[in-house]
Design a protein around this ligand. Structure first.
Ligand code: HEM
Length: 206
């Protein structure tokens, strides 16, 4: 796993908690915690950090991955600002992950092993992402997707459908595919509208 992901995880933990918590997590995980963005580190090291964070925060591993991914998105996106300037909403950005964002990531970090994403429209204006990876990090993907929503002021509902057969290689050659269904529950505009309506309603009462 590339150091840039560890750097983003550190930034997320410091934002959610503080520097001391990150240091405590590193101590508990038994790692030195020095990560160069372009360096490569064992996946097991990331797993040990996530496990230690789970014990220290008393949160399930999945919840740690979701919370960290959600905050880490900003820090990853800051590495590729030029790619994202044209995006005006979450779905536009999500559609760029496979063909644009992770392609650029591989130019910046040539030995990066990014997951593959496939896309399918869902009835009701939803988007189904197929997460194809050798790594069991679909919860991290869920967090990153929620972070994309935060970026555009959109509340997303994200539903992961776990793979039926983990051992069966997918057509992308990955060891698993997890489908992640995304719907926009609320946009910044609709939130403002309902707040205004709420204000109107309370005025009417007075
Ligand atoms: C927009 C939403 C994004 C999603 C859902 C996403 C998803 C993921 C996931 C789940 C992984 C973990 C590796 C795996 O599962 O195999 C990953 C790896 C990675 N992603 Fe993304 N990503 C997103 C955006 C970005 C952005 C903006 C960057 C910009 C730097 C980025 C850079 C990377 C890098 C460097 C790795 C590590 C690859 C390696 O260590 O070999 N991703 N991505």
């Amino acid at each position: 796993m590339k150091g840039v992901v560890f750097n983003a995880a550190e930034a997320a933990v410091v934002e959610l908690f503080d520097e001391d918590t990150w240091d405590d997590i590193l101590d508990a995980a038994g790692v030195d915690g020095v990560y160069s963005s372009v360096g490569s580190y064992e996946d097991a090291e990331m797993m040990a950090i996530v496990q230690a964070a789970s014990v220290l925060t008393e949160l399930p591993v999945e919840d740690v991955l979701i919370a960290v991914g959600r905050k880490a998105l900003t820090h990853l996106a800051d590495r590729v600002p030029d790619l994202l300037g044209g995006c005006t909403n979450s779905f536009e950005m999500l559609r760029l992950i496979h063909d644009v964002i992770h392609v650029e990531v591989k130019k910046l970090y040539p030995d990066a092993l990014t997951p593959d994403f496939t896309y399918q429209e869902l009835p009701g204006e939803g988007l189904r992402l197929g997460y194809h990876s050798h790594r069991p990090l679909s919860a991290l993907a869920e967090g990153l997707i929620l972070g994309v929503g935060d970026r555009f002021g959109e509340t997303l509902s994200v539903q992961r459908q776990e793979p039926e057969d983990l051992a069966k290689p997918t057509d992308k050659g990955a060891s698993q595919v997890v489908y992640i269904d995304v719907f926009v529950e609320e946009t910044a505009d609709t939130a403002a509208d309902s707040a205004n309506q709420g204000a109107g309603a309370s005025e009417a009462v007075h």
